[in-house]
Ligand binder design. Structure first.
Ligand code: NAD
Length: 374
């Protein structure tokens, strides 16, 4: 089986998440990085490509050029888009036009209209389209999803999802922190915490329960003086079918590094998971003993890249999404249906849902928490 050829937009020297993408892709053993438009700065783009061992003619200085030239040669099978949010849409459009498969980071775009337009463009293109809501790659969250779908906790009543972080508790954007600078610039990020981590939390609530959130009542706050985007959001959700949800995201929660956690309560039991103990899932069945399910448990629906007993981490969860994409690409090439698991890779519709959530939360927040359709 030949390795798939991977290209990357963003992720140059000094960037944060591109390196995680490269590590994840490498972990699968299915991709080789061969091309990149790695930075907005041409010299840095070339230097970054050289440092990664790319051929000089495949170190591009802009993504449109990369899409066109890769489509015209024995080019890449997949491009990963890991730029600031406002460039996801133009970069994705370039690769959709070139018929190249895309794995785009979240939030799908900076704004909802961009997301909707991109969804239309994707529908006209043969490209496969994945969105890296990384947490959807954790085995124990896939297990939770399968258990809810199998009715093991009965009908879902209540979902609580929290994602507190502390790294923007002070004005980090004024200290030369590049990641903080663009994330707090509405022209580049869209929303603040809502787009950056709210989209993860919202996706997880729908991913694990299989339910669709229909309405939101949100308080959208900015605690750090002078900041131009939200940094703390508390919200209630209503799901189709009657389940309720609570959501708290914060980037100003001192003491919390990355406290993603979800609990789902049904009428026959509950499940709870947190990223701090990502390798276990707590299952409390009604009138029975609480169980802790781990990756080695018999009968679990999914198995990760490493054998059970070796802790699964964030990069491996991302690797799982790369594996799903590899399976989708190879299945299409071989004219067969992909393995069912590979379809758990979030797609463009999930990306659009994220922007619908952001937009509805902002509208609700602007009207003092009025219930607002998502
Ligand atoms: N899925 C996750 O869990 C997760 C985690 C972190 C970040 N992200 C997402 O990844 C994306 C990147 O975030 P980051 O923290 O790595 O940002 P970053 O600022 O560290 O890196 C952005 C990179 O994009 C490059 N870039 C900017 N303009 C470009 C252009 N026109 N062409 C090519 N490259 C360009 C920059 O030079 C830089 O290398 C964001 O959308 C963010 O939301 C997702």
């Amino acid at each position: 089986m030949r390795r798939l050829r991977l290209g990357m937009v963003g992720g140059g020297n000094g960037a944060f998440f591109g390196a995680a993408h490269r590590a994840a892709a490498a972990m699968t053993g299915r991709f080789t990085l061969v091309a990149g438009a790695l930075s907005s700065d041409p010299e840095r783009a070339r230097d970054s490509g050289r440092d990664l061992g790319l051929a000089p003619e495949r170190c591009y200085t802009n993504f449109a050029d990369m899409a066109g030239r890769e489509a015209a040669r024995d080019g890449i099978d997949l491009v990963a888009i890991v730029t600031p949010n406002h460039l996801h849409a133009p970069a994705a459009r370039a690769f959709l036009s070139a018929g190249i498969n895309i794995l785009c980071d979240k939030p799908l775009t900076a704004t909802l209209p961009e997301a909707l337009a991109l969804e239309q463009a994707a529908a006209q293109s043969p490209s496969l389209f994945g969105v890296t809501y990384t947490n959807a790659g954790f085995d124990m969250l896939r297990e939770a999803r399968a258990m809810v779908a199998a009715g093991e906790i009965g009908a879902v009543r209540m979902v609580r999802v929290v994602f507190p972080q502390e790294w923007l508790a002070t004005a980090a954007e004024a200290t030369g922190n590049k990641q903080a600078e663009w994330r707090t610039d509405p022209a580049k990020s869209g929303a603040g915490s809502l787009g950056d981590i709210g989209t993860h939390a919202f996706h997880l609530a729908e991913f694990v329960t299989g339910l669709t959130a229909t309405e939101i009542s949100a308080e959208v706050d900015t605690f750090v003086p002078g900041r131009r985007v939200d940094d703390n959001v508390t919200a209630k959700l209503r799901f189709a079918g009657g389940a309720k949800g609570l959501l708290w995201i914060s980037q100003v929660a001192i003491g919390e590094t990355n406290g993603l956690a979800i609990d789902v309560h049904g009428d026959r039991g509950s499940l709870s998971w947190s990223v701090a103990s990502a390798n276990t899932l707590s299952f409390a069945p009604l009138n029975d003993r609480r169980r802790v399910i781990d990756r080695a448990s018999h009968g679990t629906a999914v198995k990760g890249l490493m054998p059970p007993g070796h802790a699964q981490g964030f990069v491996e969860a991302l690797a799982r999404l790369y594996l799903d994409m590899a399976e989708q690409i190879e299945a299409r090439r071989d004219g067969r249906a992909p393995a069912a698991d590979a379809l758990l890779l979030p797609g463009i519709a999930d990306g659009v849902r994220g922007l619908r959530f952001v937009e509805a939360a902002l509208r609700s927040g602007a009207t003092d928490g009025r219930w607002t359709e998502i």
